[in-house]
Design a protein around this ligand. Sequence first.
Ligand SMILES: *[C@@H]1O[C@H](CO)[C@@H](O)[C@H](O)[C@H]1NC(C)=O
Ligand SMILES: *[C@@H]1O[C@H](CO)[C@@H](O)[C@H](O)[C@H]1NC(C)=O
Ligand SMILES: *[C@@H]1O[C@H](CO)[C@@H](O)[C@H](O)[C@H]1NC(C)=O
Ligand SMILES: *[C@@H]1O[C@H](CO)[C@@H](O)[C@H](O)[C@H]1NC(C)=O
Ligand SMILES: *[C@@H]1O[C@H](CO)[C@@H](O)[C@H](O)[C@H]1NC(C)=O
Length: 360
Amino acid sequence: MVCKFLTLWVLYVASLSSLTYCYQCSERLSDGYCVVVNVTEPYEEATFPQNETLIWIRNSTIPVFNRTLFTQLAGVEYLLVNGLQIEQLHLDGCNSLEVLFASYNAIVRVSAVEGLPLRQLHLYHNQLTDVSALQVLTHIEQLYLHDNLLESLRFDTFSAMRELKILTLQRNRLRTIAIGTGNKLLVLPRLEQLYLQFNQLPHLDTGLWRMEHLRVLDLSHNQLGYLLTFLEELPALRKIGLHHNPWHCGWLYGMLERLEARELDADDSAIGYDDEASCPGLRLDDRLCCYENASTPDPVLLLVTRTSIVDELQQQIRGAKRRIETLEEAQRKQTHQFGELAGRLATIEQLCAQRASETN
Ligand SMILES: *[C@@H]1O[C@H](CO)[C@@H](O)[C@H](O)[C@H]1NC(C)=O
Ligand SMILES: *[C@@H]1O[C@H](CO)[C@@H](O)[C@H](O)[C@H]1NC(C)=O
Ligand SMILES: *[C@@H]1O[C@H](CO)[C@@H](O)[C@H](O)[C@H]1NC(C)=O
Ligand SMILES: *[C@@H]1O[C@H](CO)[C@@H](O)[C@H](O)[C@H]1NC(C)=O
Ligand SMILES: *[C@@H]1O[C@H](CO)[C@@H](O)[C@H](O)[C@H]1NC(C)=O
């Protein structure tokens, strides 16, 4: 109905002003997606199929995907816009969107407004160098950023993502991951999988991480010589990829012992494997390569990390002390009340005794 009217209207005004186009599902996929093809500018007047919650845009070139288009797609919950040569993605106006696939584009810039309900964002195979604008996506559960051009990262980009379960960052060009200002702890209470393999990280301070549910951590194929961790901050760890790094032999030896203590060494798939042929250094446990001339743990960095851990512990102690004081205060009050009660009971007993002797 809407479409027919618009089509007539288009015919009527086409010669006068810009074209209005009414897109329809050119195909319906078995998983429910309505396929829309040949989307072109101008987007302001476009109408998309009504009441569709799953839309796949194909056969189109859309350099800027922004509020103008998202507004036309307002009711869509699942949107697939892979491979449309998108260069800029501005997440704005997509107030129902929960899952967005925008991989295999050429996205160099991404931005987002606050309060979006987005749960999954697939942005792999793009050209992103900066993802800090994504920090407002506080409902995000799965964030895929692998195969981009990221060189540095601030972990506070993710610190408000309390629901984040999966974060993929592999095959970027990461050289630094800053925790943020003042060596604050990075708390990601629900994170289960973190992928950092195939980057160029020279060090990583996991001592400041608080990831209670992290099961999988892949650090393979980096430039790591050591990690500032005893693994206590990752109690749920089941799998840690360590291979293809220039590990410091002394450090690796200690790490493998800790992993063994955690029963994380049961099979190679849990930790990884360096081929003998690809290892010019020593091979520990017949498994991981290490170097006697590798970079050694920097005591200054270690100190910084441990200082904030001590701060955290002291805060916990202060909290516990306050709780004890509250309890003691409550107990004092109770003791006082017991005392009063006992006094009153004694009085009553006395009275009773008096009565008894009087009546006798
Ligand atoms: C989309 O464009 C192509 C090429 O211009 C054309 O062959 C095809 O029929 C168009 N499809 C629709 C649904 O308009
Ligand atoms: C869309 O859904 C609404 C409410 O369910 C209904 O009134 C309307 O007719 C539907 N529109 C189309 C084009 O199906
Ligand atoms: C997609 O575009 C190509 C060439 O532009 C065309 O041959 C093909 O029919 C289009 N597919 C659809 C589904 O419109
Ligand atoms: C979206 O991008 C187009 C360019 O493709 C531009 O004309 C339009 O003004 C932009 N819309 C908004 C809301 O920024
Ligand atoms: C350690 O020595 C090897 C050669 O034995 C060399 O290739 C490598 O670059 C050295 N690494 C460091 C960190 O000095």
